[in-house]
Ligand binder design. Structure first.
Ligand code: FES
Ligand code: FES
Length: 161
């Protein structure tokens, strides 16, 4: 066992881990931040996406030890300071961008990373960016619409599904 320390959602954290402990396991099992989901064991689903030093990362692809000293943000750190939903979360709610919600934390984290780099993406760019995030429920249409709406674009002409 060894000690790892990192800031998560603005707070200093530390814990005892094994060398093989994944970042997603540290977040879920040591810190009880279970909003970051595990949907596969093949690094394909994207349910585990978090931000590490501002970059969207699948937390099942990184050892916790590799995040030593990093600034990590999870879905629990995405709400506004007053606890209300942030723009992306609100857009998912407004445009029915979720059904079971299992993929949603990863979708929101990926969307946030996309909009940081590309504040007004095209529909094609949103769909391309989400290639690493799998949703088994929605058919993606309303997720894409929600992200476009969160970017401030008029989505009234896009039909609901
Ligand atoms: S749990 Fe990480 S990609 Fe599926
Ligand atoms: S809303 Fe169910 S997996 Fe996406």
């Amino acid at each position: 066992m060894s000690k790892v320390s990192m800031r998560v959602n603005g707070r200093a954290t530390s814990g005892e881990i094994e060398g093989r402990t994944l970042l997603v396991e540290y977040l879920r099992d040591t810190l009880s931040l279970t909003g970051t989901h595990v949907g596969c064991d093949t690094s394909q689903c994207g349910a585990c996406v978090v931000h590490v030093d501002g970059q969207a990362i699948k937390a099942c692809t990184m050892f916790a030890a590799e995040a030593e000293g990093a600034e990590v943000t999870t879905i629990e750190g995405m709400a506004n300071a007053d606890g209300s939903l942030n723009t992306i979360q609100q857009a998912f709610q407004d445009h029915h961008g979720l059904q079971c919600g299992f993929c949603t934390p990863g979708m929101v984290m990926s969307a946030a990373a996309l909009l940081k780099d590309n504040p007004r993406p095209s529909e094609h760019e949103v769909r391309q960016y989400l290639e690493g995030n799998i949703c088994r429920c929605t058919g993606y249409h309303n997720i894409v619409k929600a992200i476009l709406a969160a970017s401030g674009q008029d989505v009234s002409a896009i039909a609901a599904e």
